[in-house]
Design a protein around this ligand. Structure first.
Ligand SMILES: [Zn+2]
Length: 185
């Protein structure tokens, strides 16, 4: 449920590349029933400060909650954390749907429009017919001619990404359903 491309990409919106591995270990520890930052720190070996920082990031993303308790002996406050699986799945589902939608829109545009690129360097210019005719089909950067853009590669890349996303999302949902099924027993 955590080791999944879509889950990775979703979590990467909230944490840096370096923290991704840690945040996944923390989620795993929460799922296994570790509640306090100390317990998570001991379980994962991640520095206590990092554990705390990342727990609050998960909280900001609304996928982790905490309860504050006062220790009757020491009068210290302790925080018991929990992972909000339902919210996590809902948020990932939204993230996934948006991404599929964006890629399908892009694919539609490529299929229904003719684009032009600079014949010297595609980074210079890429535009549809109207945009290209504004420049009279000359590159606005280097003044070489524009040529029709061959979108075959980009289209097949998009199609592949959509297929991979669908497959990964199915895997994620399968593992979630299996897990909630187990908890229900
Ligand atoms: Zn150019």
């Amino acid at each position: 449920m955590i080791n999944n491309r879509i889950a990775n990409d979703f979590l990467s919106q909230s944490v840096s590349e370096d923290d991704l591995k840690n945040v996944k270990a923390i989620i795993q520890a929460l799922l296994e029933g570790n509640e306090t930052d100390e317990e998570i720190h001991e379980k994962t070996g991640i520095k206590l400060n990092t554990v705390r920082k990342l727990l609050y990031k998960l909280h900001d993303a609304s996928i982790a909650n905490y309860k504050r308790n006062k220790d009757p002996e020491t009068q210290w406050f302790t925080y018991s954390w929990s992972f909000n699986e339902k919210e996590y799945i809902e948020k990932i589902t939204k993230f996934y749907n948006n991404r599929i939608e964006e890629r399908k829109t892009l694919l539609d545009e490529l299929e229904n429009n003719l684009y032009f690129v600079c014949c010297m360097d595609q980074e210079h210019f890429k535009g549809d017919y109207a945009e290209s005719s504004e420049y009279e089909f000359y590159c606005p950067i280097c003044d070489y001619e524009l040529e029709p853009y061959d979108s075959k590669k980009e289209k097949s890349l998009l199609k592949r990404r959509i297929t991979i996303d669908k497959k990964n999302f199915k895997k994620l949902m399968d593992s979630y359903n299996k897990q909630t099924g187990k908890n229900g027993n």
